[in-house]
Design a protein around this ligand. Structure first.
Ligand SMILES: Nc1nc2c(ncn2[C@@H]2O[C@H](COP(=O)(O)OP(=O)(O)OP(=O)(O)O)[C@@H](O)[C@H]2O)c(=O)[nH]1
Ligand SMILES: [Mg+2]
Length: 444
């Protein structure tokens, strides 16, 4: 499909390491390789590794001693002939080898171009291509598991039954319109389509719900730590992050700005936000801080309310408890080194004793962990197309109940069908593809 052979450094090109990999892919891959690679083999077989030397073809000077993995089309990542040169990982050596390949007929690969070829050559669908990048950029166990799951083609397995049901109904309506005399299939009626639509909608809803709950795992749970002044909010942030990020002092009203940090607990990532203590303040700067706390509280997906366990609860604590009552929250009694409260979640931020809180968080998100192993849509692009598909089906359903003829309603069903196909990249426009692949690193 592609005329040119592309090359790139596939390992990190920014730092030295023991080994680096320079990748080549394309029709003329082995011709380009032969110009710089000297080894005993006369012919390369796929799935074999060859020992030899990279030389400068101008003077046969040995540049490096290498191992080259060979993949023959179509049995390679890109579906084309491919070679991966495992060389020594010095920055100079790796770049020199790449330069030699470029001077021998290869072209520098663009970001994500290997994966783009894999997609365009039909080796993987668009969701799998996206999963390659998600896996490379995954920064937690949870997001890596999700990416591995989509890499195996789980999104396409998830959507195919729905796509194929829509396809059948579209085809049936079209046959009825175009060939009214051809009635082997019978004429499909509104009363037959209505229950199908209910079913499609509930399938869309299930897929969307699962996607939204796992997005939380990928992106981190926006978690706000609130409480009145001096209860130990900043101390708790520091204890959870295991670093002195926020200023702690015995003076009430120390924190004014939001202080943020990420932690990985088991499979979930929390995006923690420490806030100014909430109370009535006459201090101008502190009241701006309190406004920010209230805003952060509104946007939070999880709220940790801290109480000072060493003192009786007062009016300020009661107000914060009332304000957060309907929220997804955990109430924590701090200063457990002074006083413990049986049956409550007790921590001592001062001593770094936060185990009960961590256990509670893991318990809360245990069900989303289970979802990690289910096939699930894995990014905003996929989710928004799914929402659009749902919207078109729901419009078609409304039209059906208004008695609109099936041939008109078929347009909405087709639009829903196109959205679902586009998730898998089967309706993609060129600019859409460029947008997706340019986020990749070179060499993938
Ligand atoms: N004994 C004890 N003292 C604590 C604990 N956690 C915090 N403190 C102390 O309580 C005081 C206030 O702690 P901070 O973490 O600054 O409290 P804060 O809620 O962030 O306070 P503001 O930012 O002013 O709202 C400091 O003197 C801390 O050392 C704890 O677990 N035990
Ligand atoms: Mg503070």
């Amino acid at each position: 499909m592609f005329e040119d052979t592309i090359a790139a450094i596939s390992t990190s090109a920014l730092s030295a390491g023991a080994i680096s990999i320079v990748r080549l892919s394309g029709k003329d891959c082995f011709d380009v390789l032969n110009r710089v690679f000297r080894c005993r083999a006369e012919k390369y077989e796929g799935y074999r590794i060859y020992y030899g030397h990279i030389v400068d073809p101008l003077n046969e000077e040995v540049v490096d001693e290498v191992l080259v993995s060979i993949f023959r089309a179509p049995h390679s990542f890109t579906g084309e002939n491919m070679a991966e040169i495992n060389c020594h990982g010095g920055l100079y050596i790796t770049r020199r080898i790449l330069t030699l390949l470029l001077s021998c007929g290869a072209r520098q690969a663009l970001n994500g171009e290997f994966t783009k070829r894999a997609f365009l050559n039909g080796r993987i669908d668009l969701t799998q291509a996206e999963a390659v990048n998600d896996l490379i950029t995954a920064d937690s166990h949870g997001s890596a598991r999700l990416a591995v799951n989509s890499l195996s083609g789980s999104v396409s397995r998830l959507l195919k039954p729905l796509i194929s049901d829509l396809e059948q109904v579209i085809a049936h309506i079209e046959v009825n319109i175009d060939y009214p005399e051809y009635d082997d299939n019978g004429i499909i009626t509104a009363s037959e389509i209505a229950p199908l639509m209910d079913d499609w909608l509930s399938r869309c809803d299930r897929i969307l719900q699962a996607a939204e709950s796992t997005m939380i795992i990928r992106e981190g749970i926006r978690t706000v730590i609130v409480g009145k002044p001096n209860v130990g909010k900043s101390s708790l942030l520091n204890a959870l992050l295991a670093q002195d990020k926020a200023i702690v002092s015995e003076y009430a009203g120390t924190t004014r700005d939001l202080v943020e940090g990420d932690i990985h607990l088991g499979n979930v990532t929390l995006h923690l936000i420490d806030t100014a203590g909430i109370h009535k303040s006459d201090d101008y700067v502190e009241s701006i801080g309190i406004q920010k706390s209230l805003q952060a509280l509104q946007q939070a997906q999880l709220v940790i309310v801290i109480l000072d366990g060493s003192a009786p609860l007062d009016q300020q604590d009661q107000e914060i408890l009332a304000r957060t009552e309907s929220r997804n929250r955990i109430v924590v009694y701090n200063k457990a080194d002074i006083e413990r409260h049986d049956g409550q979640i007790c921590v001592s931020a001062l001593n770094g004793d936060v185990e009960q809180l961590v256990e509670r968080i893991n318990e809360m998100f245990a069900s989303s962990q289970l979802a990690l192993d289910q096939p699930v849509l894995s990014n905003e692009r996929q989710i928004s197309l799914m929402r659009q598909a749902r919207e078109y089906i729901s419009q078609a359903q409304l039209q059906l109940s208004d008695g609109i003829p099936l041939d008109l309603l078929n347009e909405d069903i087709q639009a829903a069908y196109r959205c679902l196909k586009e998730i898998l990249g089967q309706y993609s426009r060129e600019d859409l593809l460029d947008g997706i692949f340019s986020r990749f690193c070179v060499g993938k």
